[in-house]
Design a protein around this ligand. Structure first.
Ligand SMILES: Cc1cc2nc3c(=O)[nH]c(=O)nc-3n(C[C@H](O)[C@H](O)[C@H](O)COP(=O)(O)OP(=O)(O)OC[C@H]3O[C@@H](n4cnc5c(N)ncnc54)[C@H](O)[C@@H]3O)c2cc1C
Length: 192
């Protein structure tokens, strides 16, 4: 079932998203996807109930009404009650660091020249459009210093760089800095 595949793909039947190594993509599926799949693999009587990608398939869920393992997303009955809100700096920051660290941890180990250019450009754009203008300004000042240009040559380099960028904010805010060598060593293996 987990045989090596060269291409990333989404299993049309289960909705589970796989990486090129044939394993379920850790950042593309919800946890229950793996529970469901594990149950599938150990229970000879179970049906095709695994359905846990970030875009859950309504049709697959509705054909498995007897399965208690399916978690349906809540239905929003009155969307006019949803009030758009801007996050505060801390909410925005926590969500953003989660995103940046996850992006670095899943960046290719050996990115092509085009991928490196895209990531480099993305980080520069990010430093211009980050929706806390003063944070963005500080980030641009930090990037402009010697040795702080985005390092996009490998996953290991990028995980280290994001950690250093995060540390710069930590230190400015009087918080402890993380050891980025230890962080990068671990973070760059998370998705393997
Ligand atoms: C680009 C950027 C600039 C920002 N600038 C400012 C600013 O100028 N002023 C301001 O008030 N806020 C700023 N923020 C927000 C700030 O960094 C925090 O996100 C916010 O203060 C909430 O902090 P926190 O203690 O919850 O943890 P966060 O700093 O959000 O970190 C979340 C978690 O990441 C882990 N972590 C911490 N450091 C590292 C690291 N170096 N590497 C890996 N993991 C780590 C810890 O487990 C931590 O709990 C900025 C955010 C970003 C993304």
């Amino acid at each position: 079932m987990f045989g090596f595949r060269k291409k990333r793909y989404r299993d049309k039947e289960t909705g589970i998203v796989y990486d090129e190594n044939g394993k379920p993509c850790k950042t593309c599926n919800i946890f229950s996807a793996f529970q469901n799949q594990a149950a599938e693999m150990t229970s000879p009587t179970s049906s095709n109930a695994a359905n846990g990608s970030h875009q859950q398939k309504q049709s697959a869920a509705s054909t498995n009404e007897n399965s208690q393992r399916i978690q349906q997303p809540p239905v929003i009955t009155n969307s006019s009650k949803i009030v758009p809100q801007l996050p505060n700096v801390a909410e925005l920051g926590r969500a953003t660091w989660t995103f940046l660290h996850a992006m670095a941890a899943t960046y290719p180990h050996n990115p092509s020249a085009a991928q490196q250019a895209e990531m480099y450009n993305f980080l520069h754009s990010f430093s211009r459009f980050y929706p806390c203008w003063s944070c963005a300004e500080d980030l641009r000042l930090w990037i402009a210093k010697d040795g702080n240009e985005p390092r996009v040559g490998s996953r290991r380099e990028l995980t280290h760089w994001v950690c250093e960028a995060h540390n710069d904010v930590n230190v400015r805010m009087g918080k402890p800095a993380v050891d980025c060598n230890i962080w990068a060593e671990k973070a760059s293996k998370l998705a393997d």
